[in-house]
Design a protein around this ligand. Structure first.
Ligand code: NAD
Length: 419
């Protein structure tokens, strides 16, 4: 078990074990699900532009393939660890099962800072990493997707490398690709818009009206955060603060999102000199008095130490694991409606699933069809999870986990243990 050791994995494991206890889950199932099914650790040597060679450590972790081929992102970050990938793979298993997708959970990482590589170096690193994982991935085995530090160009290179190896174009090997090479419409928007759709459902439950008087704050302004901000603004809500890894900005009167997008695009950060308003730190953003707080950056942001300072009414976890286990009960006690990650950000994997299905059928859907199908699935899952939470008097997070874990456990019992 030490192999997976990381604060993030400990959090994911403890979350699983405490939910298993509430569910009175078969101990043999607990024993099988408490750690990943398999992992591959590889060294990825890359010829740099100066002629030298540098090796990066990479891995792929598959937590469970009980419900279908594994699914999960690949993260390029110098600090990503095997334990982080194991934690995220476990979360993916529960998320896919919660959404009723015929997929298991996986996650991968390459310990590299992609911003320090040239385009050619990034391409060589990606192609070599793909070859190292070639026996593990595939449209019917394990389908990677982009995660932090990885964009759709990287996914296109993985698809191309895999396809060259098997001798035929196989777009279904990864999701999050550019549209021209088998990507899906709406994939780019899916996670952020799904987060806001969940906020709308939560607002309906709590009796909050989302409109002009509603304020929201956002941690993270990347793919998930920027799209979520747009969707919130479309509902008429007022964006009063946004932070990124390099600080952020605050204006109680509300920002015009265009100025934030322009500033972030040009400078890679948000500064009051350009956007107006005042500076705000991440720490202060989490404690801001606002109606909706959307976390769309990193794990472990709200902990036992700062949970008591959180003042929002609805907290949506766009990121994976942004609230620690110690913080959870504090937020519940404060009456904050927390939409857990595996529910709030499930729009992403759901449209990834749509992309995979479209690739396998070589038949592509239009935007309306995708949005309609996504909303239907998110709405049904939200309602069922809420009903479960009320039935067992547990938090929405516990209910979501119970539902996801329950489905995997049921399938395991039906399939049995081989040999
Ligand atoms: P991204 O790289 O596009 O954006 C991340 C943003 O977070 C950037 O604005 C960055 O500056 C900011 N950030 C990083 N560290 C921060 C910190 N300590 N404090 C404040 N801001 C910080 O990534 P993304 O695709 O938007 O993903 C964000 C989160 O959502 C991740 O946890 C990811 O795993 C999760 N997620 C993403 C998707 C998806 O479809 N992209 C799906 C499900 C979950």
């Amino acid at each position: 078990m030490k192999l997976w050791k990381s604060p993030f994995f400990d959090n994911a494991l403890n979350q699983f074990l405490s939910t298993a206890e509430v569910m009175n889950l078969d101990p043999n199932i607990v024993e099988r699900l408490r750690q990943p099914a398999r992992a591959l650790v590889v060294s990825v040597p890359v010829r740099m532009d100066d002629g030298g060679v540098r090796s990066y450590c990479g891995f792929r972790v598959q937590h469970s393939d009980t419900l279908g081929p594994c699914k999960g992102g690949i993260r390029y970050h110098p600090d990503v660890t095997l334990g982080d990938a194991a934690a995220l793979a476990m979360l993916m298993t529960w998320k896919c099962a919660l959404m009723g997708l015929p997929l298991g959970g996986a996650k991968g990482g390459l310990q590299v800072d992609p911003t320090m590589l040239s385009r050619a170096e990034l391409q060589r690193a990606t192609r070599r990493f793909t070859i190292e994982l070639i026996n593990m991935i595939g449209p019917d085995r394990d389908i990677p997707a982009p995660d932090l530090g990885v964009n759709e160009q990287v996914m296109a290179w993985i698809m191309d490398t895999y396809s060259k190896q098997v001798g035929a174009t196989r777009p279904g090997v990864v999701t999050g690709k550019p549209i021209t090479v088998g990507g899906s419409l709406y994939r780019h928007e899916a996670t952020g818009r799904g987060v806001v759709f969940a906020v709308q459902k939560a607002a309906a439950v709590t009796g909050m009206s989302l409109g002009e008087g509603t304020t929201f704050a956002l941690q993270g302004f990347g793919n998930v955060g920027a799209i979520a901000a747009k969707a919130m603004a479309e509902l008429g809500c007022r964006c009063i603060a946004v932070t990124t890894s390099r600080g952020g900005v605050l204006d109680r009167n509300g920002f015009k999102l265009e100025s934030l997008y322009a500033c972030y695009k040009e400078h890679g950060c948000l500064t009051p000199e350009v956007t107006g308003g005042d500076s705000i730190t991440n720490k202060d953003l989490l404690a801001l008095d606002c109606d909706v707080l959307i976390l769309a950056a990193q794990a472990n942001q709200i902990t036992g130490e700062n949970a008591s300072q959180v003042q929002c009414r609805i907290l949506a976890e766009g990121a994976n694991g942004p609230v620690t286990r110690e913080a959870d009960p504090v937020l519940v006690d404060k009456g904050i409606f927390v939409i857990p990650d595996i529910l709030a950000n499930a729009g992403g994997v759901t449209v990834s699933y749509f992309e995979w299905v479209q690739d396998l059928q070589h038949f592509f859907w239009d935007m309306d069809e995708i949005e309609l199908r996504l909303k239907k699935m998110l709405s049904r899952t939200f309602d069922e999870t809420l009903a479960l939470a009320r039935k067992y008097a547990v938090s929405l997070r516990t209910a979501a986990l119970m539902k996801g874990i329950g489905r995997v456990a049921q399938a395991m019992l039906l399939r049995g243990l081989y040999p």
